[in-house]
Design a protein around this ligand. Structure first.
Ligand code: SAH
Length: 332
């Protein structure tokens, strides 16, 4: 919902101040129409129904993977495409992977979103509506976690991302169960460090040396590795929460034994926790490391005191897995 527009409409009608909060409570709880909002005067319900859509996004397509992961292709009112993914786990967690931008201005060479045209930053309403479209489908079984790991670089749109985070608890998602993933955009990491919300920080690292990292992620030229890691340590120092490091496993590129050692040397296990990501195929020239290579890399890290997990790949058969979001309509 466009909350600024809501405030304006209510003010124009001379409605009391508490009305906006009333409407928001209904929306945050997954109401599907204004008609449901039984504590609003009927005339106001009708007026809002005629003037303000309940969601800023419209659903353009949807796919369900064999593991139950759902990918929604959504469109903003000005026609920008974005994708959102819902992953349900056996332990009851329901994680929504949200996009912070339509497309991405960064050009990480292995990522499908990086190859699509950058549209624009998403508003806080558009970010929240990605979660809400799942809340509405199954009232009472709201999402439990939100990860900013969909399209875009959240730290390049941090005002809107943080404004959305402020309201996530109204949707049932606490700040501790919200994670923001970044390429290492230092000003954003610094701001996250100083907010009052206990949000989790995740860092897309992918290489422990500057030359290779710059090749994979050109943004490394602007914010080199040592500075990024220092910013993450400062976050940990202040927030006392581990930083999750994402490391996508590319065959013959960043999966050698010496590279595991360099990674183990670079990261203090008291501060960082490594998540190895099996590479999901895109149109890029890279091939993913095989299962054995990933296991060997993990063992090498652990031998050197750095615990690591391997990310469970979800939704790969519908291009919903990490790095595969490109806003394409599903092939019929
Ligand atoms: N821009 C932010 C948020 C996106 S998170 C960031 O980069 O952190 C998406 C994650 O998936 C990032 O860690 C990204 O590097 C990773 N990724 C990109 N392409 C991938 C692919 N093809 N396979 C697996 N992971 C990929």
């Amino acid at each position: 919902m466009d909350l600024t527009a809501l405030d304006q409409l209510l003010a124009e009608r001379g409605e009391p101040r508490f009305r906006a909060a009333q409407v928001w409570r209904w929306v945050a709880g997954g109401a599907r129409s204004y008609a449901d909002m039984s504590n609003l005067p009927l005339a106001l319900r009708e007026y809002l129904a005629a003037s303000l859509p309940l969601s800023t996004l419209s659903l353009r397509g949807e796919q369900v993977a064999s593991d139950g992961t759902v990918k929604a292709l959504l469109s903003t009112t000005d026609g920008r495409p974005l994708e959102t993914v819902l992953m349900s786990y056996r332990d009851g967690r329901r994680s929504v992977c949200v996009s912070s931008q339509s497309g991405c201005p960064l050009t990480c060479t292995f990522c499908a979103t990086g190859a699509m045209r950058f549209g624009r930053n998403l508003t806080s309403g558009e970010i929240l509506d990605q979660v809400l479209q799942f809340t509405r489908r199954r009232p009472g079984v709201a999402p439990t976690n939100v990860i900013f790991m969909g399209m875009g670089e959240p730290m390049m749109n941090l005002d809107n991302v943080l404004a959305a985070c402020e309201r996530l608890p109204d949707l049932g998602v606490t700040h501790r169960r919200t994670a923001i993933s970044t390429v290492g955009w230092i000003p954003g990491i610094e701001r996250l460090t100083s907010t009052d919300m206990p949000l989790r920080l995740a860092l897309s690292l992918h290489a422990a040396d500057d030359a290779l990292r710059s090749e994979l992620m050109p943004v490394n030229e602007r914010y080199p590795l040592a500075d990024v890691l220092a910013a993450c340590r400062a976050y940990h120092e202040r927030r006392r929460r581990r930083v999750f490091v994402e490391y996508v496993m590319l065959a013959g590129v960043n999966d050698r034994y010496e590279q595991a050692l360099a990674l183990a040397r670079a990261l203090d296990p008291r501060i960082f926790k490594v998540n190895l990501i099996p590479y999901n195929p895109t149109d890029s020239p890279y091939a993913g490391s095989g299962r054995e290579a990933i296991a060997a890399f993990k063992a090498a890290l652990e031998e050197h005191g750095l615990p690591a997990t391997v990310r469970l790949t979800r939704g790969r058969d519908i291009d919903a897995a990490c790095g595969q979001l490109a806003g394409r309509a599903a092939a019929a």
